[in-house]
Design a binder for this molecule. Structure first.
Ligand SMILES: Cc1cc2nc3c(=O)[nH]c(=O)nc-3n(C[C@H](O)[C@H](O)[C@H](O)COP(=O)(O)OP(=O)(O)OC[C@H]3O[C@@H](n4cnc5c(N)ncnc54)[C@H](O)[C@@H]3O)c2cc1C
Ligand code: FES
Ligand code: FES
Length: 485
């Protein structure tokens, strides 16, 4: 059998050719075990701690390089083919520290140092993308980095200070976007698909559809932020992988008067950006969805396709009336997102069929959406319950209502009884309280380590009241409502 073609990526100006690798070799393992770059650390191996953070430079269609922090512990090496990889070692320039590193030293932002390379790389991505950053932006950029000993205050101070140092010769913002770097990345572009025995990365939707029709048992890989853990935590052996991240068509976001259509390979970072621009009330959910490195790899399509009952995007998407676009061979179809979920982890997806996009309808009068994630931690946590609400009024009466929950059933699901109890009724605290009681007919949630069944139901009922309060305050006061049990 002929040898697989090597995976090629840029590292410190050199083209690295990675050969004879298992398709599921992580970037972290490759760095540490093969390249001997041990500055990048392994903490959790599941995207949670940020010790393994590296930065990936990717050339977009306009020949501009985008730099983003990712978790190397759950990213497979073949998916960085054609990209530039930057590790903590890349920042060194003789004896001189990069401003990000110098700021960490000057602010005493490291003790044992295990987490430090990860923090440096998250801050480095921020440094490249923003001329200055305030404390809130620094905090958000570090949502995926844990430190067990220093305490976050000096690290945040370093993030706020790093832009004040003189520009370095190596890895300044200008250097990052230099024509030489663009040319080097361009030279790595493949004219056709990377095709290995266990990993294929087609370039067109047609080729993707054909491959999946021929090999319906192949595993579709998008950002790998779920799939990566099947390897690093569950130690599963995966079937041959078909990667969708090299299909430009699936990386498109289209906005028309009628809909936002988000391709299946659009990262969560880009997807949330456009969703929040249209629905600013979802900013909080977007902020609390995983961490920047996870959202820089993970996709909205993968979140929807993974069909987790506690996936965060689905309640909001369902409440907004989103549809999922599917393709199998030459056939395409679309479904309301709620109909995509048949039972626990069971989807209306035929063998060889895949998600091409998620389409969110836009209306002339924007929806008043409310969406609330309830979890134990603010950042990086899995929801106990996530509820999303869209109620449309005609005068003082409810004309339409769409309510969807995650964490309340085996799939993300609409609350049909509660919706029916709202539609046609006056928009009053009494109506809301009655509708909230109907949630007990809609759902019989399970008890697990995140929350008990009664607690989940109680949260759901009170989130509906919270939505009402959000929409009607200050004319409604908290005391006009009462806990529903
Ligand atoms: C640390 C951490 C924090 C996280 N936090 C959150 C969170 O706050 N909220 C949340 O909802 N999720 C969270 N996740 C889960 C995960 O990031 C999301 O579900 C993400 O959207 C998955 O997308 P992906 O592109 O990485 O999917 P992948 O891992 O590539 O794939 C996931 C599944 O979907 C299938 N699939 C992917 N694309 C397609 C397609 N186009 N057609 C058909 N099937 C497809 C794959 O075969 C696989 O079964 C977190 C994960 C980690 C590691
Ligand atoms: S090792 Fe913890 S996020 Fe990668
Ligand atoms: S310095 Fe020790 S874990 Fe952060």
């Amino acid at each position: 059998m002929p040898a697989d073609p090597p995976i090629r990526f840029l590292l410190d100006g050199e083209v690295i050719e990675a050969r004879d690798l298992a398709a599921t070799t992580t970037v972290l393992d490759y760095l540490r075990d093969t390249l001997g770059r041990r500055g990048t650390k392994e903490g959790c191996a599941e995207g949670d701690c940020g010790a393994c953070t590296v930065v990936l430079g990717s050339l977009d269609d306009n020949d501009t390089i985008r730099y983003r922090a990712i978790n190397s512990c759950i990213r497979f090496v073949p998916t960085i083919d054609g990209h530039e990889l930057i590790t903590v070692e890349s920042l060194q320039d003789g004896g001189a520290l990069h401003p990000v590193q110098q700021a960490m030293v000057d602010e005493h932002a490291s003790q044992c140092g295990f987490c430090t390379p990860g923090f440096v790389m998250s801050l480095f991505a921020l440094y490249l993308n923003q001329a200055t950053a305030d404390a809130a932006q620094v905090v958000d950029s570090l949502a995926g980095n844990l430190c067990r000993c220093t305490g976050y205050r000096p690290i945040i101070a370093a993030g706020c200070r790093m832009s004040g140092y003189p520009s370095p010769a190596r890895w300044s913002r200008d250097d990052a976007h230099s024509p030489a770097r663009v040319a080097a990345l361009k030279s790595l572009r493949r004219p056709s698909a990377l095709s290995q025995s266990a990993f294929t990365a087609p370039h067109t939707v047609e080729a993707l559809a054909r491959i999946l029709e021929e090999k319906p048992d192949a595993l579709i890989l998008a950002g790998g932020t779920d799939v990566g853990l099947w390897v690093t935590k569950q130690l599963r052996t995966l079937p041959p992988i078909v990667y969708i991240g090299a299909v430009p068509e699936l990386q498109q976001v289209r906005v028309t008067n009628d809909a936002i259509t988000i391709g299946a390979a659009v990262t969560l970072t880009d997807a949330w950006q456009v969703i929040v621009a249209h629905f600013p009330r979802l900013a909080d959910l977007a902020r609390r969805f995983a961490s920047p490195p996870v959202c820089n790899s993970g996709t909205l399509g993968g979140n929807v396709a993974n069909a987790s009952p506690v996936g965060d995007s689905m309640p909001a998407l369902i409440a907004l009336g989103a549809r999922v676009e599917l393709r199998r061979g030459a056939q395409s179809r679309t479904l309301p997102l709620e109909d995509f979920y048949l039972a626990y982890q069971k989807k209306d997806l035929q063998p060889g069929e895949f998600v091409t996009a998620v389409a969110i309808p836009l209306t002339a009068t924007p929806h008043h959406i409310g969406c609330y994630k309830v979890s134990k931690r603010f950042d990086q946590d899995i929801a106990a319950v996530c509820g999303a609400f869209v109620v449309e009024l005609a005068g003082e009466q409810v004309r339409d209502a769409r309510i969807a929950f995650g964490g309340m059933a085996a799939t993300p699901a609409r609350a049909r009884h509660a919706e029916a109890a709202l539609i046609g009724q006056p928009w009053t605290p009494q109506t809301i309280r009655h509708a909230a009681t109907r949630l007990a007919t809609d759902f019989n949630p399970l008890s697990d380590l995140r929350a008990g069944s009664d607690y989940r139901l109680s949260i759901a009922m009170n989130l509906l009241q919270r939505y009402y309060l959000d929409q009607t305050a200050p004319s409604t006061r908290l005391q006009d409502l009462a806990p529903v049990t």
